[in-house]
Design a protein around this ligand. Structure first.
Ligand SMILES: C[S@@+](CC[C@H](N)C(=O)[O-])C[C@H]1O[C@@H](n2cnc3c(N)ncnc32)[C@H](O)[C@@H]1O
Length: 248
């Protein structure tokens, strides 16, 4: 899936939502100041940057080599590893908290990934994750435009955690206790239609894969339908994610 992309492409595509989301997600997770925190599926580092700004000691891990390289360059003092949530290369009870922002829906085995996050967190510590809501997440305007042309196109709404209550279920299956879930939201202003659309052509994630698999006519048609729906800009995309936290 499309995460072997440049950090610049990712940041223009998703960083514009992930950066403001990180501030709200860290507050939701309730990470204590000074905690050692693991950022699972760190990408180029939207959440890592936020965690560092709260004064915590941070380690990060991601399976994309381009993102690991970018995060290592951006945060020279952070230990950034290459790897997947399902096989975390850390000793049991290493961290005070383990967080995954916009990652659970891409895990091959979300329960195993969350269970690993719990294993590397000390007893009493926090595991937290968030995933865009299918119908009202950051990518909803894109998939809504796709569905007016291609009603059967597979969007991201059926992925793990993308509807209310599913993260709670996964956290329970992973053995977490006192699980709490809530919706968290960012409103992102797009100054022009082009600023919103162009990053969808960079091949990032499932939406980027979908656009790259269209021929030139299909891509132009989707662009025109999206422009009709959204206008030339400026416009605001309200993006809701489900966030869950549990105790180890
Ligand atoms: C939408 S990005 C989120 C990146 C970052 N957390 C953020 O908020 O900007 C999804 C990330 O999950 C990573 N990923 C995919 N499968 C994963 C897995 N099994 N374990 C950990 N990370 C994974 C991808 O490489 C990508 O960096």
């Amino acid at each position: 899936m499309g995460f072997d992309v440049s950090p610049e492409a990712y940041t223009r595509y998703m960083g514009r939502y992930a950066e403001p989301l990180a501030e709200i997600f860290v507050a939701f997770a309730g990470v204590s100041a000074g905690d050692a925190v693991l950022d699972v599926g760190c990408g180029p580092g939207a959440l890592t940057a936020r965690l560092l700004s709260t004064g915590g000691k941070v380690a990060a891990i991601d399976p994309s080599q381009t993102f690991v390289d970018a995060a290592r360059e951006r945060f020279p003092d952070v230990e950034v590893s290459l790897g997947r949530a399902e096989e975390l290369p850390y000793a049991t009870a290493t961290f005070g908290a383990a967080l995954a922002q916009l990652v659970v829906h891409f895990m091959a085995d979300p329960v195993a990934g969350l269970a690993q996050m719990a294993r590397v967190t000390r007893p009493g510590g926090v595991v937290a994750a968030c995933v865009w809501d299918g119908p009202t997440g950051a990518l909803a305007p894109f998939w809504d435009a796709v569905h007016t042309i291609d009603p059967d196109a597979q969007d991201e709404a059926l992925l793990s955690g993308a509807h209310q209550g599913h993260l709670t279920e996964l956290f329970g299956d992973a053995g977490l206790r006192e699980v709490a879930e809530d919706g968290i939201r960012v409103d992102v202003v797009h100054p022009t239609f082009e600023e919103w659309w162009e990053p969808y052509t960079f091949g990032v994630g499932p939406a980027g894969d979908y656009v790259q698999n269209l021929d030139d006519d299909g891509r132009s048609r989707l662009e025109s339908v999206a422009r009709e729906r959204l206008g030339d800009g400026p416009f605001t995309v309200p993006a809701t994610a489900w966030a869950a936290r549990g105790t180890v």
